[in-house]
Design a protein. Structure first.
Length: 210
């Protein structure tokens, strides 16, 4: 099954992707993680992407598409995959079609902007292993220390309040139109994000079976 997850930054797509990946035994392809790895490594891609990421803007299509094309060519994608963070614009979706990639289902995780802003401003991540925490909902055992590897947790630049507001503005302007694009192709299923993540998971899995 080839799945696209839509939703504003902080809507919880990553959590849903983990569950779907286990259920379907297919990989999750997160452009955000790939780009953050590039930023950390100081690669040429990272240098190109940094100025866009830190300003809360989308990375240009040509950079992202090259990442996706290479990733989808790997053997673990032959039985399906989950795209988290791509496509983000209609031109990207059109390029996906031109690449011959057939998408079976598009699931949008719909969460109010106010809820997202609260979630993201409280998020903390481990710079070493990437584990995510939250100052209210998912605290580490020891304050500001990763349970898995012991590194000091940080607030990502793109989780700061001013950057979150800009990311949400960009999402509504450039990515939200994808809902109509996929709805017109009878591929879109909307899942309303719930307060309890397990309720959202249940709705997501139901959408995959409907």
């Amino acid at each position: 099954m080839r799945i696209v997850l839509l939703g504003a930054p902080g809507a919880g797509k990553g959590t849903q992707a983990e569950v779907i990946s286990r259920e379907k035994n297919i990989p999750t392809i997160s452009t955000g993680n790939i780009i953050r790895d590039a930023l950390k490594s100081g690669s040429e891609l990272g240098k190109k992407a940094r100025k866009y990421i830190e300003a809360g803007h989308l990375v240009p299509d040509d950079i992202v598409i090259d990442i996706i094309r290479e990733r989808l060519s790997r053997p673990d994608c032959k039985d399906g995959f989950i795209l988290d963070g791509f496509p983000r614009t209609i031109p990207q979706a059109e390029e996906l079609e031109r690449m011959g990639v057939h998408i079976d289902r598009v699931i949008e995780i719909d969460v109010d902007d106010e809820v997202i802003a609260r979630r993201m401003s409280g998020r903390r991540v481990c710079p070493s292993c990437g584990t995510s925490y939250h100052i209210e909902h998912k605290q580490p055992k020891k304050r500001d220390v990763c349970d898995n590897c012991g590194d000091t947790l940080v607030q990502r630049e793109d989780d700061r309040p001013e950057t979150v507001r800009e990311r949400l503005r960009v999402y509504h302007e450039q990515t939200a139109p994808l809902k109509n694009y996929y709805a017109d192709r009878n591929k879109l299923y909307v899942v309303k994000g719930q307060e309890d993540v397990n309720d959202t998971i249940r709705l997501t899995l139901a959408a995959l079976k409907s």
